[in-house]
Ligand binder design. Structure first.
Ligand code: GLU
Length: 292
């Protein structure tokens, strides 16, 4: 099977930027005769809700997007993540965010990368910290013992991209995003990953993890984001940015689809089916789309 996917985190309504990325993921999959899988990325149990997931799916369907099979729900995939974790070289990490921030100031540490503090703890040191954590009712994080410092991926729009790979977290109470994504993409036969280009820097870690687990690395298509007038990633506070808000303001679904279409190089199209007919990946503007 060959499939693409859209994988929203159910922590609020999708905004125009999310809807645009969803549309692009659907277009890439359908244009290449792939299946299209919907995945609810609710590993962050604090921020996710089933109600929000249902609203997101309703919004996507009302724009005319369709998907194959039932959505995959990450909170029901514990066994699959556990099985993958058990195949990997890992270690427990007892660092707080503050510890990491302080240690990250060292000259040899790349920004955003784990400095390796807990990697070489002795068995005795580890045991001591485990006990301290247990007394405080805390659970250590689990990190990948990575044996590379960087990894290369190939992206449809961005070409060859090399990015750092550190001992990233696989589990911290909840399952970590990077592990869940890689396991679910492989399990779903997903060989095309279309998503916002804010995640391009995560692709090397995910591709490396896929290769460790013996999975094929998918084709990556990182698409430009929608930004506000200040050039920052669009957010809810930027105004009436969700489908429901736009409808409340008097727009029709067709109007919203037309704005989405215009933003991806298909001006005037008012249904998803028409966009699918006319969409050409080469026409997608390569700059961020400015929301006005
Ligand atoms: N759940 C992520 C998000 O909503 C997307 C993950 C992905 O596409 O790999 O930003």
């Amino acid at each position: 099977m060959s499939a693409g996917r859209y994988a929203p985190s159910p922590s609020g309504d999708l905004h125009f930027g999310n809807l645009r990325t969803a549309l692009l993921a659907w277009l890439f999959a359908r244009k290449t005769s792939r299946e299209f899988i919907m995945r609810i990325e609710d590993v962050d149990s604090q921020r996710s809700s089933a109600e929000s997931a249902a609203r997101q799916l309703d919004d996507l369907a009302s724009l005319g997007l369709d998907w194959d099979g039932q959505p995959v729900v990450q909170s029901s995939r514990h066994e699959a993540y556990q099985a993958a974790l058990s195949q990997l070289e890992t270690y427990e990490c007892f660092c707080s965010r503050r510890d990491i921030l302080e240690a990250s100031g060292a000259a040899h540490v790349l920004p955003g990368c784990y400095p390796g503090t807990c990697r070489e703890l002795t068995a005795q040191e580890r045991e001591l910290r485990r006990q301290q954590f247990a007394e405080q009712g805390r659970v250590p994080a689990v990190r990948l013992r990575s044996d590379v410092e960087e990894f290369e991926v190939v992206d449809y729009y961005n070409g060859r991209y090399v990015g750092p790979v550190d001992d990233f977290v696989l589990r911290r109470g909840d399952w970590a995003y990077n592990l869940a994504v890689v396991v679910d993409d492989a399990a779903g036969g997903i060989d095309q990953v279309v998503r916002g280009d804010d995640l391009l820097s995560s692709a090397p870690r995910q591709a490396y993890l896929a290769s460790l687990l013996g999975y094929a690395v998918p084709e990556y298509v990182h698409v430009p984001l929608v930004v506000n007038a200040e050039g920052k990633r669009l957010a809810k506070r930027d105004g009436a940015v969700t489908l429901r808000q736009m409808l409340e303001q008097g727009l029709t679904v067709g109007d919203v689809v037309e704005q989405l279409a215009g933003s991806i190089g298909v001006p005037g199209a008012r249904t998803a089916a028409e966009i699918l007919e006319r969409f050409d990946p080469q026409l997608l503007p390569r700059d961020a789309y400015v929301w006005t």
